[in-house]
Write a protein that binds this ligand. Structure first.
Ligand SMILES: [Mg+2]
Length: 210
């Protein structure tokens, strides 16, 4: 009977509803150069990918000059931090979930496709940082999700085998990454679905497997 010793949370779409902020920040940066992503494309195609990857796709689809990538990326990260600082707030249900899991002796970490500064700012503003043992950003690994790199790195740092962990993810890129790393999964559609009860129910299922 495996014991689930650690829970690895994706950040965007799981602990934080940041889609609108990323969308606004990227469009504000793109807008300076006369480009934009529409809301539908962002939700269905771009959501969950690192900004670098989104810009690469925009160059292929809309002819965004590649020489602007660095500048747009820097501006986007700056705008994201501004928006997050103003709009990110603690969610009691999430704090409660993490507090209960910690009380049960489970180790909690974050593995996110966002950059380091965004992960730190969001976890701080959402008041979740105190519950986390460590966080991984896309700058801590070679390859972003859907590559399993970040989840394999988390396992290594936890020094735990995959079956003793649980990943909570919201989108296909992250789910693919967790599955490729062989870690049991709880998929939720949005942060509204993140609760202690849902995580606990999934843990019971996994711990019952003989
Ligand atoms: Mg996500």
């Amino acid at each position: 009977m495996p014991r689930i010793r650690a829970i690895i949370f994706d950040m965007d779409g799981v602990l934080i509803d940041a889609r609108e902020w990323h969308y606004k920040a990227l469009n504000r940066a793109l807008g300076l150069f006369g480009f934009s992503i529409d809301r539908f494309d962002h939700l269905v195609t771009y959501d969950g990918l690192p900004t670098r990857k989104k810009l690469e796709m925009l160059s292929l689809d809309s002819g965004l000059p590649r020489k602007l990538h660095g500048l747009i990326n820097d501006l986007k990260q700056k705008y994201t931090l501004e928006i997050v600082y103003g709009e990110c707030r603690p969610v009691f249900r999430h704090q409660y979930a993490l507090a209960r899991l910690r009380e049960e002796g489970r180790r909690l970490v974050v593995a996110s496709n966002s950059v380091r500064a965004t992960v730190d700012m969001m976890m701080e503003r959402a008041a979740l940082a105190p519950y986390l043992e460590f966080t991984l950003s896309n700058q801590d690994v070679q390859r972003a999700k859907p590559d399993p790199d970040i989840y394999l790195t988390a396992l290594k740092r936890l020094a735990l085998p995959a079956p003793e962990c649980l990943v909570v993810e919201d989108n296909p890129h992250g789910i693919a990454a967790a599955q490729a790393a062989g870690i049991p999964l709880l998929a939720i559609p949005s942060p509204d679905y993140l609760s202690y009860e849902r995580i606990a129910a999934r843990i019971v299922e996994l711990e019952q497997v003989v």
